[in-house]
Design a protein around this ligand. Structure first.
Ligand code: 4NP
Length: 149
């Protein structure tokens, strides 16, 4: 799960998906990162921590890190939150296999529409609730699609 700072959107995507697969018979390795490095080492944004907590999910074990090329080797699927993240990750791809791993996460719930998860950093708490709901839906679709395959 990749966004810009790895403190608002991708920690929620990471935490929600991890919470949902916990207890299912799945050995998925889930992680998140940011295309930027400014927040490396930091906890998720307090507003992301709060909305996750309100839904029963603890994301305080997460620390921000920057996406790195080796992540293409460690993961089968790389979900970007918006087109800017998507393009930034694709630019790091070394070959077509790497490129093919990168997806826009909302294409799971809105196939082919190339919708973005809006960056909530400069907005209010409503933005975080919206992000949570979008990611809740998208992660349900990811599990439905991949669980049986
Ligand atoms: P995120 O949100 O990409 O969802 O983690 C942002 C966090 C920090 C900044 C921008 C977006 N920033 O400019 O520091």
């Amino acid at each position: 799960m990749v966004c810009l700072g790895n403190i608002c959107r991708s920690p929620l995507a990471h935490g929600i998906l991890q919470y949902k697969v916990y207890g299912l018979d799945l050995d998925w390795k889930i992680d998140s990162a940011g295309t930027g490095s400014w927040h490396a080492g930091e906890l998720p944004d307090p507003r992301s921590i709060a909305i996750a907590k309100a839904k029963g999910i603890d994301i305080t074990d997460q620390r921000a890190r920057q996406f790195k090329v080796e992540d293409f080797d460690r993961f089968d699927l790389i979900y970007a939150m918006d087109a800017s993240n998507y393009n930034d990750i694709r630019r790091l791809a070394r070959n077509e296999t790497d490129e093919g791993k990168v997806r826009l996460i909302l294409n799971e719930s809105y196939p082919g529409e190339n919708r973005r998860v809006p960056d909530p950093y400069y907005g209010g708490n409503d933005g975080f609730e919206n992000v949570y709901n979008l990611l809740d839906e998208a992660t349900d679709r990811i599990i439905e699609r991949l669980h049986s395959s």
